[in-house]
Design a protein around this ligand. Structure first.
Ligand code: AMP
Length: 385
């Protein structure tokens, strides 16, 4: 640890949380945590410009759980802390981070994640005694309309990935929710970018926020070995299976651009004896969660995903990412390959490049500022794959 490094001990968190932090192998707080944790503990509003991967989740989960330690329990079905998120995956992920860190706390805090696309009744029942709620905007309003909960005594509001919530068309829902919240509260807003719309929410909803801006991490890319294979379209499927088998990949995330491609790929991988599942927006929430859990726990070799479904998926130490199809935007490419080579573990990103992709892949490399090593695949014998 560098000499001037801040430790978690110095940020004002108590022993039970520090123990869990150590168990999670968080040795040192990330910059966003160094800035946000003390500010949130002091009761300040916070505006954080930061992306997934910056450690933003723990930067609000930890101080919120800490401040609950001194709070009396709320009335039943009165939510004390509300975290609004754009997607189901992010809701589930944040819910589980709250759960992990609350395990050792002397004052128990019940957390629940709610989202659309699944039946509402179990969520209404589960809301009993919940103090921290993580929710997507649409489902939250639905639950409110059934009087399954109240926001009248909410003290803390977190808006996570606010720009994405707006991009996904949740502006009206967010406004309706703001209207139901007490004016006197602590507000925390995270967004990858600060456009006009997000800034308007910042100005309308936050009070003299502490502003934290985290530059995009670049070091991650250096940890990733990037390779491209020139391949004809009809040899792509066999090449994918050949790479998985010959390199004995145990855990690989494969990206495609369409849900149909995902389903077809999975079918062919399975026929070849490779355990695979698809994750895309046409799959039920149950199927998505199952696929993700199996993949995360190492019981599934291949997860085939579209960009949208993969948002908010947090997988540590993922050794391989394969771009079966390139994403349209260079940003998405970096986002995809960023799933590997995290936390100082080396990873490998492989892209399958057909003749029509060559130009686009050059643009991606230029934008990324890195050249990818290209290999020929024409002399690889793919019979039997
Ligand atoms: P997030 O940006 O919240 O999605 O976090 C990105 C990843 O970093 C997650 O896998 C966290 O578990 C991990 N993480 C967060 N904070 C730390 C830390 N201080 N040290 C090590 N890993 C961390």
């Amino acid at each position: 640890m560098p000499e001037n490094a801040t430790s978690f001990q110095s940020l004002g968190l108590s022993e039970p949380l520090l123990k869990t932090i150590a168990e999670q192998n968080y040795t040192q707080p990330y910059p966003i945590q160094q800035a946000a944790i003390p500010a949130i503990l002091k009761g300040n509003d916070v505006l954080g410009i930061a992306k997934t991967g910056s450690g933003k989740t723990a930067s609000f989960v930890l101080p919120i759980l800490e401040s609950f330690q001194k709070m009396p329990p709320a009335k039943n079905r009165h939510i004390t802390a509300l975290v609004l998120v754009p997607t189901r995956e992010l809701a589930v992920q944040i819910g589980s981070v709250f759960q992990i860190f609350s395990e050792r706390l002397p004052r128990k805090v019940k957390t629940l994640a709610v989202f659309g696309g699944v039946s509402i009744n179990p969520q209404m029942i589960a809301l009993q005694n919940v103090e921290i709620l993580v929710a997507t905007p649409g489902r939250l309003l639905e639950l409110l309309s059934y009087k399954a909960l109240s926001l009248a005594e909410t003290r803390i509001l977190v808006l996570d990935e606010a720009d994405k919530m707006l991009n996904m068309g949740f502006a009206d829902e967010m406004r309706d929710i703001f209207f139901l919240l007490p004016k006197k509260r602590q507000s925390i807003l995270f967004s990858a970018t600060l456009g006009d719309e997000v800034d308007k929410i910042n100005k309308d909803q936050l009070k003299s926020p502490v502003r934290i801006e985290i530059e995009e991490e670049e070091q991650n890319l250096d940890l990733i070995k990037q390779t491209g294979y020139f391949v004809d379209p009809d040899r792509k499927g066999p090449l994918l299976r050949y790479l998985i088998k010959s390199q004995q990949m145990k855990q690989v995330l494969v990206f495609v651009s369409a849900t149909r491609t995902a389903d077809n790929l999975v079918e062919k991988l399975k026929k070849n004896g490779i355990d695979a599942m698809a994750m895309h927006s046409k799959k039920s929430q149950g199927a998505r969660t199952e696929a993700l859990n199996k993949f995360k726990s190492g019981k599934l070799t291949v997860l085939v995903a579209t960009d949208l479904a993969s948002r908010g998926i947090d997988i540590q130490f993922l050794p391989y990412v394969i771009n079966f199809e390139l994403p349209r935007s260079p940003k998405d490419y970096v986002h995809r390959i960023g799933r590997t080579g995290r936390a100082e573990n080396p990873g490998e990103a492989i892209s399958l490049i057909c003749p029509e992709d060559v130009h686009h892949f050059k643009i991606i490399q230029k934008k990324m500022g890195k050249k990818v090593e290209m290999m020929e695949s024409y002399d690889i014998v793919l019979q039997g794959y």
